[in-house]
Design a protein around this ligand. Structure first.
Ligand SMILES: Nc1ncnc2c1ncn2[C@@H]1O[C@H](COP(=O)(O)OP(=O)(O)OP(=O)(O)O)[C@@H](O)[C@H]1O
Length: 454
């Protein structure tokens, strides 16, 4: 499948050389176009013979906070530490080479991999499992596609209760491309009875202990060829941690009451809502086990840190309840209520709120405030009218304590509002200007002024 990319180059880069490279890429089925705002969501390549404020600005503008993949190809003459500057400005990767036409294969392989990841992230397989629009969730989905589809490495999922850790474990298993892969085996470590833990993990032979009337496989054998998901791994007692370490290292184990070594091979996915690293430091979790299970850490942020996910999730839960007809819409005050509400139980909480509202829904028109059960209703105070939340006030207090003045605070507030509006309008400046309540021209002028201020 052809991949569409845009190219940009800073003024002194040989335009002729870029055209030659574009032709070579075209032979690899990569369609190259000059940069244009309409192509802003496509991956791109920037050529530069030096690192200038101009190239960093181009990167900041076109990478949409790292959501758009951009490769920078530089001249060998650039100083070594400049590559970090480019990464910081939003580059996904930096290739340094004196003659760009000699690294066509390196450019091609990166563009192909990114296209494969993007296509999986936007596929129904992923989009129908974990719902959300926030950049945080999208970054996690990219990370999990990269690990689950292209490697067999283990994954540690961290996050508060109800953030979707089990769903992410399911997705990791689903994305595993092995054609004859085994099952996803789930073990909740809080449910392990110490006396039966050996059997639970390793299985047992008939007669191994009182009540062992038949032989039985444990989770290590059942997960062979598939995925073993250890939920709440932070609850695992130290003795069991030692036993787990051995199997992860050696891939072999013996059943309880048995003498024969059995081989097993599985991808390990662990999840916890505890601070596992703090447990390591307090001696409650083995450091050697931590390093083995934490080669890829996915941190699912709480729902309060990704409010952009609230409506997509609410609509998804509504659709789930109305599988064969159109679900009702949410009236504007209900939308505001959902946006402002606190979710200590995260997505699980939101799901339950929707279910409770549907119990009171009479069946015609939008879901209105009367559907919110009395116990869930906010107590009206003057504060409820305010759009500022405590996070915003806290940030201002921190800024003031650090001696940051009104001019800088105002500039950052404006930059943040513009960035959010442009990102949420997928780079469409007209729509962003509408949301910000300014003209297109005023928005363009503000963005140009911000660039000069950088
Ligand atoms: N992004 C999401 N898209 C759709 N449903 C979600 C999402 N995140 C969570 N959920 C739903 O929220 C509920 C809780 O999710 P899940 O069990 O995966 O969370 P968890 O972090 O493993 O929770 P716990 O730590 O309490 O076990 C489930 O019903 C799940 O389907």
């Amino acid at each position: 499948m052809a991949i569409n990319v845009w190219v940009r180059w800073v003024s002194d880069y040989q335009k002729q050389a870029v055209h030659e490279i574009a032709e070579l890429l075209a032979q690899q089925d990569i369609v190259v176009q000059d940069y244009d705002e309409h192509l802003a969501r496509n991956p791109g390549v920037i050529f530069s013979s030096e690192v200038t404020p101009q190239i960093c600005e181009q990167l900041r503008e076109s990478s949409h906070n790292g959501q758009t993949q951009i490769l920078v190809c530089c001249d060998t003459a650039i100083p070594g530490d400049a590559v970090w500057q480019l990464l910081g400005a939003g580059a996904s990767d930096v290739l340094v080479c004196s003659e760009c036409s000699t690294i066509i294969h390196e450019i091609t392989s990166r563009l192909r991999r990114w296209a494969a990841v993007d296509s999986l992230v936007s596929s129904p397989t992923v989009q129908n499992i974990l719902i959300g629009e926030s950049q945080a969730l999208k970054a996690i989905l990219r990370q999990i596609v990269e690990v689950a589809h292209f490697t067999d490495a283990s994954v540690l999922v961290l996050g508060e209760s109800g953030t979707g850790k089990e769903l992410l474990a399911n997705l990791t298993h689903t994305l595993d491309p092995r054609p004859d892969k085994g099952d996803l085996v789930i073990l909740d470590c809080t449910t392990i009875v110490p006396e039966l833990s050996g059997s639970e993990f390793f299985g047992h032979e008939r007669g191994a202990f009182t009540g062992a009337a038949t032989s039985r496989d444990g989770v290590f054998a059942l997960a062979n060829g598939g995925t073993l998901f250890l939920d709440e791994v932070g609850e695992l007692p130290l003795t069991l941690q030692t036993q787990l370490l051995r199997v992860i290292q050696e891939h072999t184990f013996k059943r309880v009451g048995g003498n024969a070594w059995q081989r097993t091979s599985f991808r390990l996915v662990c999840a916890t809502n505890r601070d596992l690293w703090a447990q390591v430091q307090q001696g409650e979790f083995r450091a050697d086990l931590y390093y083995r299970i934490a080669s890829n850490i996915c941190h699912l942020p709480p729902l309060r840190e990704r409010p952009e996910d609230i409506f997509p999730l609410a609509n998804y839960f509504l659709k789930e309840s109305y599988s064969d007809q159109n679900p009702p819409a949410l009236d504007t005050p209900v939308q505001e209520y959902l946006l402002r509400r606190e979710y200590p139980g995260n997505v699980r909480d939101l799901k339950q709120v929707i279910a409770r509202m549907l119990c009171r829904y009479a069946g015609e028109g939008a879901i209105t405030v009367g559907c919110i059960p009395p116990d869930d209703r906010p107590i009206w105070t003057e504060n409820w009218k305010e759009w500022r939340d405590t996070g915003f006030e806290r940030a201002i207090r921190v800024a003031l304590n650090r001696g940051i003045g009104l001019k800088v605070i105002s500039r950052h507030t404006e930059e943040t509002a513009i960035r959010i509006a442009v990102d949420e309008a997928s780079g469409n400046l007209q729509r962003a200007a509408q949301r910000l309540g300014v003209t297109d021209r005023a928005l363009q002028m503000r963005r140009a002024a911000q660039r000069q201020e950088v």
